[in-house]
Design a protein around this ligand. Structure first.
Ligand code: MG
Length: 256
């Protein structure tokens, strides 16, 4: 019997998640974590920016994911035009990008599909008695109804930070700090789930333990370099590891 217990214990380290001891909330990014919307965004960014004489590849969109639209546009106008975009240029380009994104989605089933494993992760987090929060740079009006349709009952408007709430956006820690404030919790009571290097940077700068899920085409090392506590290959893998969460609170942390 003891032998068996030891065997089980030996297996556990591989499944451990580096979670804080006083965990109360899990903060979820949206694009690339809950919805597989990044291929559409990457297509739209690359097409529209290139049309405007700003050479951009789809992979560049993954590397810049998390920035506000204006932030991404400015990086490329600085690089190729040697100056910031004017407000009017940025607005026009962003409106065009949004239109191309919507066309792409319409041609691909109408709406970005769920990321496999995301529903299971949310259910396990709820079963563990933890808050679920959304922290996204997206500011779509339909966001809440879409979340409710796909992930019913998980997200409340008062526990969400969207692109409409923030001034700077990721990689600034602002959105994640705002989320902590909304929930009335401290950084060591939360964990973040992010897929983008700049999102990881923002969460780490807010002092929050960050789990990266590499759902896109980037080298996982980019996520580790930004300070992710662990880099997983999918939300399905995260769901599997969360099996240990409600069953045995003692193994919530790596350091006990
Ligand atoms: Mg994302």
């Amino acid at each position: 019997m003891n032998h068996l217990i030891n065997e089980v214990k030996k297996e556990r380290p591989a499944t451990l998640l580096p979670l804080p001891k006083k965990l109360k909330a899990v903060l979820f990014d949206m694009d690339g974590v809950l919805f597989d919307s990044m291929p559409g965004h990457a297509y739209a960014w690359a097409k529209v920016m290139t049309d405007y004489g700003l050479p951009m590849k789809p992979v560049d969109a993954f590397e810049n994911e998390g920035r506000t639209g204006i932030g991404t546009i400015s990086i490329f106008t600085q690089r190729y035009w040697g100056r910031e975009a004017t407000e009017e240029e940025a607005r026009e380009l962003y409106i065009r990008k949004t239109a191309v994104f919507n066309e792409y989605q319409a041609a691909h089933g109408g709406e970005a599909p769920e990321i496999p494993g995301a529903a299971a992760v949310l259910d396990k987090v709820r079963e563990a008695g933890l808050l679920r929060m959304l922290v996204t740079g997206s500011a779509q009006q339909s966001l809440l109804s879409r979340l409710d349709r796909h992930y019913p009952g998980h997200f409340k408007p008062e526990l969400m930070v969207t692109g409409d709430d923030v001034r700077y956006g990721k990689p600034n820690p602002e959105p994640y700090l705002m989320a902590l404030q909304k929930a009335g919790i401290s950084a060591d009571e939360a964990v973040v789930v992010e897929n983008a290097p700049l999102g990881v940077r923002a969460a780490v700068a807010a002092g929050i333990t960050t789990i990266a899920v590499n759902t896109g085409p980037l080298d996982p090392q980019l996520l580790a370099n930004e300070g992710a506590a662990v880099v997983l290959e999918s939300m399905e893998e995260l769901a599997k590891r969360l099996d240990y969460l409600p069953a045995d609170p003692q193994i919530k942390t790596l350091d006990n």
